[in-house]
Ligand binder design. Structure first.
Ligand code: AMP
Ligand code: MG
Length: 333
């Protein structure tokens, strides 16, 4: 099916157990009915997603929460009222009937209300949807319809909602423990959560050597990566780039420093975000995918100053996604 078809027809496909790709404000999601075990299995197969990485259930009203959990704390209610619809996922103890395939066998379930009219209407019509990012596992999350076509061709029903507004996945916070902890940094910062409900959530940590495994299985997977090699920009890189006679396979991504490489660039590509971290978030995955398209071999990204993380900008989430793209998984979630 090709857009534009009425949204009701996509809802019908979902109700019949098919998958549909739809836009949210964060990234595109690959949706399936949260109550249909076969459709949920199909998500793992289609994405090539490891079976131990649970899915977020997307809902369109706070009333739908009670289908999945009956343990909502006062703090959780405050967060829902303040940030839903929006890029905040809350993890709760799950009710017994919630499908094991959705939670990857965990006794908790992750819930989010996306802030996108198409997503909300689709859920309203088809019921709660599990919807991981609609990329093939390991690839950067899709923020435009063309990213989905590049991973899947035209094999999936797709609602084209244009470019996603935010471009980075939601913040995941575990409300099933006291005090709650952040399992994945995202667009909503720890500082915003603190301002909303008076406690500062710490970041859950995970080291690859932990034998018990991570609290959130997604932590252990290295992903969001383009085919190009991604590295944090270092003084050694700058020396090498300055000395080389051909930098045409390289891209540097800057946000605060001036271009540190001498003119002429000898083919070097440079992107500068001028301290606009929301713009960097908006474009990061698209930049990764475009770099592959342009046959870029190496992407050097300026590291973030720790002071920036304390500000209300999605810097911690950027640091997390870029660290994963570099292949590092033990120092970052
Ligand atoms: P994605 O939908 O691909 O953006 O990934 C969803 C993220 O939420 C992954 O990091 C999962 O590990 C995490 N997640 C989903 N459900 C749970 C849960 N019940 N407990 C902890 N983490 C979860
Ligand atoms: Mg994903």
């Amino acid at each position: 099916m090709s857009s534009p078809a009425p949204i009701e027809s996509y809802a019908e496909l979902l109700k019949q157990g098919n998958l549909v790709v739809f836009p949210t404000e964060t990234v595109y999601g690959l949706g399936a009915s949260a109550w249909n075990p076969k459709a949920v299995q199909q998500i793992f197969k289609t994405k090539g997603r490891p079976g131990d990485n649970p899915l977020i259930v997307h809902i369109s009203s706070i009333d739908m929460v009670k289908q999945f959990t009956d343990q909502v704390s006062g703090r959780a209610r405050t967060l829902m009222q303040k940030f839903w619809p929006g890029p905040l996922t809350l993890v709760f103890p799950k009710k017994p009937g919630v499908l094991d395939a959705v939670t990857a066998g965990l006794d908790t379930v992750a819930l989010r209300m996306p802030d996108h009219p198409i997503a909300l209407q689709l859920i309203e019509l088809a019921g709660p949807l599990v919807a991981p990012s609609a990329n093939k596992s390991g690839r950067p999350s899709p923020t435009r319809a063309e990213h989905i076509r590049s991973d899947y061709g035209n094999s999936l029903p797709l609602i084209d909602g244009g470019e996603c507004d935010l471009g980075l996945e939601s913040t995941v916070i575990d409300m099933s423990v006291n005090p709650p902890v952040i399992l994945r940094p995202g667009y909503i910062t720890a500082k915003q959560i603190e301002e909303a409900c008076g406690f500062h959530p710490e970041m859950a940590t995970y080291s690859a050597s932990d034998s018990s495994g991570p609290k959130s299985p997604g932590m252990k997977y290295t992903h969001y990566a383009p085919k190009a090699k991604v590295e944090w920009l270092s003084t050694e890189h700058i020396t090498l780039l300055n000395a080389s006679s051909d930098n045409s396979g390289s891209l540097i991504v800057l946000h605060s420093m001036d271009n540190p490489v001498n003119q002429p660039h000898k083919g070097l590509k440079v992107m500068h975000f001028n301290s606009d971290y929301r713009r960097l978030a908006h474009q990061l995955y698209d930049c990764f995918r475009k770099a592959d398209f342009d046959k870029v071999k190496r992407i050097y990204i300026e590291p973030f100053n720790d002071e920036l993380i304390k500000e209300n900008q999605p810097v911690e989430a950027l640091q997390n996604r870029i660290s994963k793209a570099t292949g590092s998984r033990s120092s970052q979630l």
